[in-house]
Design a protein around this ligand. Sequence first.
Ligand code: BES
Ligand code: MN
Ligand code: MN
Length: 462
Amino acid sequence: MTQDYINNNKERFLEELFEFIKIPSVSADKKFKNDVLKAAGFLEQNLKDIGVDSVEVFPTEGHPIVYGEKIIDENLPTVLVYGHYDVQPADPYELWDSDPFQPVIKKTDIHPSGAIFARGACDDKGQMFMHVKAFEAMYKSGELACNVKFMFEGEEEVGSKNLEKFVRANTSLLKADVVLVSDTGIINNETPSICVGLRGLSYVEVEVTGPNRDLHSGLYGGAVANPINILSKMIASLHNNDGSINIPGFYSDVIEVSKEDRFQMAKAPFKLNEYKKDLDINELYGEDGYTTNERNSIRPSLDVNGVWGGYIGEGAKTVLPSKAYAKISMRLVPNQSSSKITDLFENHFKKIAPESVKVKVTPHHGGEGVVIPTDFPAFLAAKKAMEKTFGKTPIPVRSGGSIPIVPMFEEVLGLKTILLGFGLDSDVIHSPNEHFGLFNFYKGIETIPYFYQNFTELMKNK
Ligand code: BES
Ligand code: MN
Ligand code: MN
């Protein structure tokens, strides 16, 4: 019944998603504040239309949180569904092949039956909307197996600061048995997987100041330290020749993954040549002694996300700039503390600065990593659901991305999270031409109801 309902309403589901995606809910940019509000309003209305109760848009100091629930029986388990309706900025616009907020369907080699091209198509509007439509199908078919609570936020891409406050203030409203999130991916459309790990994040901005004003690079060049030259050297020193990170104490809390676990992880299909070809690079990079998939999941990393200063306009301007800047992110593994790493970075960066410059370090949002066990009812329910819809057992995979609210749910609500994502790495989330396969969108809607069924069954027998 539920699956028939999905089949009979496929086109409408997609039309509604398009409407949702067209609202440019960019959380990072004040210009879009009203659109973020509009996206919250769209969700509010959609949840009400499909029969969700107590739907409410909770204002916060930032963007609002949309909440709704369907309690069918206090004795049945409750699934708390989380998603984010905010999206990353679409910049640089000129690199998009079509308008980022006018979704279009195009076929690709990886998505022969078509993919939705738009900002937020995969991260996370397309994925969170699967839950709304899966609920609609279950509820309208009279087959909702347990209680549901929806919590959708508009600040994930800017650090979820107000969500944490909301969760802390509403622990009884949010009482549930598990959190269900679709904001990660699978290996490929033939190889289902479930994300069982996320990296933490420490993010800093640095400012290096040399002379008190921009100088003529002829009159002063060679005699006064150039902050861009200095910053480049400082950044270069943050990695050792073996690819490891050169900040004293950086690795002290890192837990080595066991040989057996690494052996299991290495079974996930991966083609190094295709990986290189896709990125148009001749050689890979990383910490000695680890594979590519290990380097971007079970090992920490440090990357400059942006660097600026001096003259970057047209032509040449001979200038020795007063200031240089960089944004630096460190992806952390579970047990590394984000605030401790931020402190270590700040102290180290100040220490390695020569006397010729002054250094300021400003921490941005961060978060902790997480590992999800594979032997509790919710995981088994997810595994069984994917087995049903893919015809294959999903592989547990640790991802390199970060969703800092996952460890927060565990800390504040005592709840584990199931990361039942359906995106692909090649969907280029956060980049121009982000997309989400139609196969993936519908596969998600089909799989979610089986999760509810299996979870309710497994909890009964617990
Ligand atoms: N959905 C992503 C994270 C993700 C994507 C995890 C794919 C695993 C696989 C999320 O929206 C995101 O972009 N997170 C940020 C961190 C956040 C604090 C801004 C990230 O990972 O950069
Ligand atoms: Mn996301
Ligand atoms: Mn994101």
